[in-house]
Design a protein around this ligand. Structure first.
Ligand SMILES: Nc1nc2c(ncn2[C@@H]2O[C@H](COP(=O)(O)OP(=O)(O)OP(=O)(O)O)[C@@H](O)[C@H]2O)c(=O)[nH]1
Ligand SMILES: [Mg+2]
Length: 224
């Protein structure tokens, strides 16, 4: 069956978020999966797990298994199990915290070691871009890290939601060698419908088509 006849493909992708405690891994995961943000810090013990299915393109549906690994896990006995079979690793730091950036060297090399020759797709993610005025990690440092390791690069804010959806869509597309349409942002944009005034004497009910959601399923569970 050709594309035009409506064939769709289903794929599952495992994404792991790592980085120091408080860098915002849980916040990014929750912004992406629930479009929610919590100001309070609740340390992740072990790992949290989120599932979200997205329409990547008209022909690709992808279920993203988002693994949010607690910052205290580095050096622990479980990290190798958490990253088993990983497709994409998001190296998350807080742009206002230099130490969180510097510790990513350790995270990166530990994960490479555990992957034993099978290199997942890596992306460097500078979080808390809403706090630009408090930036402690120079842009050059970020870009140098990306260049040295030949990995992808993003800045996001879990608080405002800026670029979070884009981050997950782009890394997934990259992994699958799928080219997203130039106007991919439109895929998740809220489409505003014009308000039509109905005269009171018109008794014919309006026919409406429900908006097509790009996210059809989300579920969460916690493993500790
Ligand atoms: N201003 C701002 N605050 C954020 C952002 N993302 C997270 N935070 C805050 O930073 C704190 C830590 O966020 P978490 O998402 O819990 O951090 P974490 O990386 O999951 O931490 P661990 O579970 O300990 O590994 C919380 O108080 C969040 O509200 C952001 O984009 N902007
Ligand atoms: Mg957390």
């Amino acid at each position: 069956m050709s594309d035009s006849e409506g064939e769709t493909y289903e794929k599952q992708v495992k994404i792991v978020l790592v980085g120091d405690g408080s860098s915002g891994k849980t916040s990014i995961s929750e912004r992406f999966s629930k479009d929610a943000f919590n100001r309070d810090y609740n340390q992740t013990l072990g790992i949290d797990y989120y599932l979200k299915r997205i329409n990547l393109t008209r022909t690709y549906n992808v279920t993203l298994a988002v693994n949010d690994v607690g910052g205290q896990t580095l050096g622990g006995a479980m990290l190798d199990k958490y990253i088993f079979g990983v497709d994409i690793v998001l190296l998350v730091y807080d742009i206002t915290n230099l130490q969180s950036f510097e510790n990513l060297e350790d995270w990166y090399h530990t994960i490479i070691k555990y992957c034993a020759g099978r290199k997942p797709l890596f992306a460097l993610v500078g979080n808390k871009s809403d706090l630009e005025h408090l930036r402690a990690v120079k842009l050059e440092k970020h870009h140098q890290f990306v260049k040295e390791k030949d990995i992808l690069s993003y800045f996001v804010s879990a608080k405002t939601g800026e670029s979070v959806e884009n981050l997950f869509r782009q890394v997934t597309a990259n992994l699958m060698h799928v080219v997203l349409p130039k106007n991919d942002q439109d895929a998740t944009r809220i489409i505003k419908a014009p308000i039509i005034r109905q005269e009171s004497h018109n008794t014919t009910p309006l026919k409406t088509t429900p908006p097509q959601s790009t996210h059809t399923r989300t579920s969460i569970c916690t493993l500790q």
